[in-house]
Write a protein that binds this ligand. Structure first.
Ligand SMILES: [Zn+2]
Length: 223
């Protein structure tokens, strides 16, 4: 097995709906045909491809160096995302690729990092003036923020006076919010009403929790 310590991300530069009715395997075969028949390469340039649906397909065998990034193929793995047509290097991942692709790519990266001593994950555009893969890989990797399970409780409330006015404001917002929901609900069909009511109940529980936490802190003298 060759030494692998880098992953380089690419896109196929196809339109979002390119070959939409075809399977991921068929699309991969078509890209392989471009690389072999048109470019005259020995095989598909990338080792891994990720379809719009998030489906991951193997390309060139991992033990063989790819043909995807000039001067950086020997120790790297090339991953291509289907899509990216008309993209620029500074676009966001979500401008050109699906959530399913994002989840799949993060899974694939984690898997490869577990199997090889990966030192760097980069985008083709870091090695060439091309837009490929159509976003900044370092920023995308850095932005891996998991939304908090609970809304953060503001800790900038220092005095009991400000505390109580904030709590009143929270209560008023809740009541006003509930009124608005009930008015809006009557215009929806019954199924949608249940869904909206379910989410509203969750929101109320969340607001109740915030209020309770604030009160608890206030009572504990954390003013
Ligand atoms: Zn590329």
């Amino acid at each position: 097995m060759r030494h692998i310590d880098e992953i380089i991300i690419h896109c196929t530069a196809t339109r979002p709906d390119w070959w939409k009715s075809k399977s991921a395997a068929q699309k991969v075969r078509e890209v392989r045909r471009w690389h072999v028949d048109v470019n005259g390469w020995s095989d598909l340039g990338y080792q891994i491809l990720i379809d719009r649906s998030g489906k991951v397909i193997a390309g060139r065998p991992m033990e063989r160096a790819g043909a995807h990034t000039k001067g950086h193929n020997k120790q790297s793995i090339g991953i291509a995302l289907f899509g990216g047509h008309g993209s620029s290097a500074g676009d966001n991942f979500s401008d050109h690729f699906t959530k399913e692709q994002e989840d799949a790519l993060r899974r694939v990266l984690a898997d490869l990092q577990g199997r090889f001593p990966i030192k760097k994950i980069s985008g083709h555009n870091q090695y060439s003036t091309k837009a490929c893969p159509g976003f900044s890989v370092p920023s995308w990797l850095h932005d891996k923020t998991v939304p908090p399970m609970r809304p953060p409780v503001s800790d900038d409330v220092r005095t009991s006076r400000r505390q109580s006015s904030t709590m009143k404001a929270t209560a008023v917002t809740s009541i006003a919010g509930a009124g608005g929901v009930i008015t809006a609900l009557s215009s929806l069909d019954p199924a949608a009403q249940y869904i909206v009511l379910g989410f509203s109940a969750l929101a109320m529980v969340g607001l109740g929790w915030i209020a309770r936490e604030r009160l608890r802190k206030w009572a504990a003298g954390d003013r």
